[in-house]
Structure formats: C-alpha cells, structure tokens
Ligand binder design. Structure first.
Ligand SMILES: [Zn+2]
Length: 421
C-alpha cells in the first residue's frame, strides 16, 4: 500500500494534460479526463492519481491524513503563470481611464506615463513596501488558482533598484504559497537619464547588472523587451548572450507592437520562450518550432491595451510551436491576475479549444519556465498543486463566477471558498 497524507476522493472529474512537456501541435489538446477519480499525495508529492475505486486498493491514508470529497467538483492542475510583472510600486489606473478615452500606448508614454512612471515609484519604494504591495497581488493570483509564477524585475533600471526587486521576489518565494521563478529584466526600457546615451545603459547591463544578479543568485532567467524604440534585435542578442554566459537563461518580449524581430532573436539564442508575439509571422514561427522556443501568449495585455488584435495562436500551434499563456500582470496593461481569464481570451479571442487553453495554462506554461518536472500536470511524482472547480472544468471560463472552490499547494489546502464565506 502507498501511504498518503492528503487525499481528494470521489472527484466528479479530474482533467490534466500529461507530459513529457511541451505539448505541441495536435498533442496540445490531448488531456486525460477521469470520471469518479481520486488523487493522493504524501509530503506534497502526488503518489496516486486514477479511478476512485482503485484508490481504496492501493492507497492508505496516514492517521492524520486530510481527506476530502469532491463529488460536485472537477480537479485540474494548479495554474502556472509564466510571465508577470507582479512586483511594482505606484498606481497607473489613470492610464486605463485615458486609454478608454482613446489615448494610445505611445501617447501615454510620451506624457511620462507607462513604464517610466512605475520606475519612479519602484525606485522610491522601500523593500518592505514593495514586498507588502506584491504580497497582496500574489494573494489574488492564488485565489484565481495560480500555484507557480514567474516574476520579473524591470522597474528599477538601476543596479540597486533591480537587485531590490529581485530580493523581494526571493523573500516572497519563501513566505507565501506560490512558487516564484525570478527573471532579471533590467532591459525592460531605456531609463530616462540614459535616453541620449543608450549604449552606456547597455554597457551597465552587460558589465555591472548581469554579473551582480548572477553572483548573488537572484534570478534564473534574463529577459529583454525587444521592440521598436526600446531594444533592437542586436542589443537583445548581446544582452541575452551575456546573461547566458553568466548562467541566466534567455527569454524575450517579442513582436508585441510590431514585427520587430524578437522571435528571430529567440530562435537564434535558444531562448526557452518568446512572449507576446502579436505580430509574429509563419516563417518566424517555423524558426521558433525548429529551435524549440515556446510561444507564451498574453491575451490579457492585448485586451486591456486595446490592441484590436491577438497573437496568431492557431497558426503557432499548427506550425508546431508549443503555446503557453500568462497574465502579464503589470500596472499598465496587465490588469487581471486571473489565469482563467487568460484561458477565456485564449479560447474566445485566439481560437484555442478548451483543452489547448488548459495545457497552455498548466503544462506548457510550466515548461516555459522550466518547472515541468514539478508542476503543470497531475502526475505521480509531481507537486500536489491543484485547483478544485465547482462543476466542470469548462466552468473556469465563466468570468466573474466564483467557480474556484479551493486551491491546493504542496498537498495543503491554501485557499477554500467555504472558509472565506
Ligand atoms: Zn512583460
């Protein structure tokens, strides 16, 4: 008998993609669906998943095991959010109002809004204040089902402020339930004070920030905002290659506002993921597919920025690129912390099937941040991270309805709607 200290029994339906990750092409929609299911874990790792009747024969609960019944519910993997700017200070709600009144991203940036406004507030914030603001947002993400998330720096744009952001991520990683994966994004924007001498800032990234971040082990990944007017493909390549030499693996913001070449850089440097991709074309996608680059799509950003278009997700899947989705939570265009909302837009604005969107929000998202060995699917040996949905899995698309009954992290219930009521 296998012993288990956490069991969910009589689950109406358990739905999960199955590795190895990533799932591409037709594989992306292949999920396992088990009726009257059970799942069990011991010390945070899944030890059984299957039909409930087989659970009795193979699993024995420890004397203090937590056993629950989920006959009204569907269990899916905890969501993995592989692209967030969740650490920030300040407030840009006014920009939302301006966008609703017709202002463009470029007009708002020209008036001192956009990223540079958040940079001022984040530089001024104490480390404690930054952690407090971020902790609240992580709590919102958890209640929306996220159990693993990437978090970027990039609102410091100076060595001390970038290191401060990364320390906040490291600290919060240990003190709240969501596992955080840190990314250094010193190349998020050219800071205002370097606009007339941008090469000096690139040199600062290459020769001071990247070595400092790497030597302090504050990040796993290095990211660049490769876009017209921000970082050129040549600069992005240089920064990502320097990061890789220091042990920070590459990922990139690519082709969001125009076809500016970021997805090509991703393929050239062997980035794990190229993100946004609203303007990616088929030959870019073919390069990404052959280099094994994941497309991480951020439909919530496209929605709130009123981009009037979304990434060509169907073309990417048909070209053999593994597709992941993320919230892009940030103070400008990433106004929702909800992976179920990202799934909804993936289905209704990018043409994914429900199963493709679920894989994009779980297993492929975990692969996009190299956490698929531990997260992203309900399989033996992985972390017991799950979302318990009242009703069917597709009810996750009922935006605004409180369908998430509970969230489980490492075999522990970390959110229960009933406990909140
Ligand atoms: Zn971003």
């Amino acid at each position: 008998m296998i012993s288990a200290d956490f069991l969910i029994r009589h689950i109406r339906r358990l739905v999960t993609p199955v590795g190895p990750a990533p799932l591409r092409g037709a594989e992306q929609r292949r999920v396992v669906s088990i009726g009257d299911a059970a799942i069990a874990s011991q010390r945070g790792r899944i030890v059984f998943v299957g039909r409930d009747e087989d659970c009795d024969r193979g699993v024995s609960g420890t004397p203090d095991a937590e056993v629950s019944d989920a006959r009204e519910c569907t269990v899916v993997p905890g969501f993995v959010d592989p692209h967030t700017h969740v650490v920030f200070a300040g407030d840009r709600r006014e920009e939302l109002r301006r966008r609703l009144a017709g202002a463009s991203y470029a007009e708002i940036a020209a008036d001192g809004g956009g990223i540079v406004k958040t940079v001022r507030a984040t530089r001024d914030a104490s480390e404690d204040a930054l952690a407090d603001a971020t902790r609240i947002r992580l709590g919102e993400m958890l209640r929306a089902g996220t159990t693993t998330a990437e978090a970027k720096s990039g609102y410091g744009l100076a060595t001390d402020a970038e290191l401060k952001m990364l320390r906040v991520i490291g600290r919060l990683n240990g003190e709240q339930p969501i596992d955080l994966v840190p990314t250094f994004l010193g190349a998020h924007e050219i800071p205002t004070e370097y606009r007339q001498r941008r090469r000096d800032y690139v040199n600062l990234l290459l020769h001071e920030m990247i070595p400092a971040v790497a030597s302090l082990h504050l990040a796993s990944w290095c990211d660049v905002f490769c876009e017209t007017g921000v970082y050129t493909p040549e600069e992005a390549r240089e920064i990502l290659e320097a990061g890789a030499r220091a042990g920070l693996r590459p990922r990139i913001h690519a082709d969001e506002l125009a076809r500016s070449g970021g997805s090509r850089v991703a393929a050239e440097v062997g980035a794990r993921s190229a993100d946004h991709l609203l303007f990616v074309e088929r030959d870019d996608a073919e390069r990404m597919a052959s280099a094994g680059v994941v497309a991480t799509l951020l439909p919530i950003a496209a929605f709130y920025l009123k981009m009037t278009r979304f990434a060509p997700a169907r073309m990417l899947i048909d070209t053999g690129v593994a597709v992941a989705i993320a919230t892009d939570q940030n103070p400008g265009g990433g106004f929702s912390p909800s992976m179920p909302f990202a799934m909804t837009l993936a289905c209704f604005s990018m043409g994914l099937t429900f199963e493709e969107a679920l894989t994009a929000a779980t297993l492929n998202a975990a692969y996009a941040i190299d956490r698929d060995a531990d997260a992203g699917s309900l399989e033996i040996g992985k972390l017991m991270d799950a979302v318990i949905v009242r009703g069917e899995a597709v009810d996750l698309l009922r935006v605004g309805a409180p369908v998430i009954d509970a969230v489980v992290k490492n075999g522990r219930r970390v959110f229960s709607r009933s406990a909140e009521a």
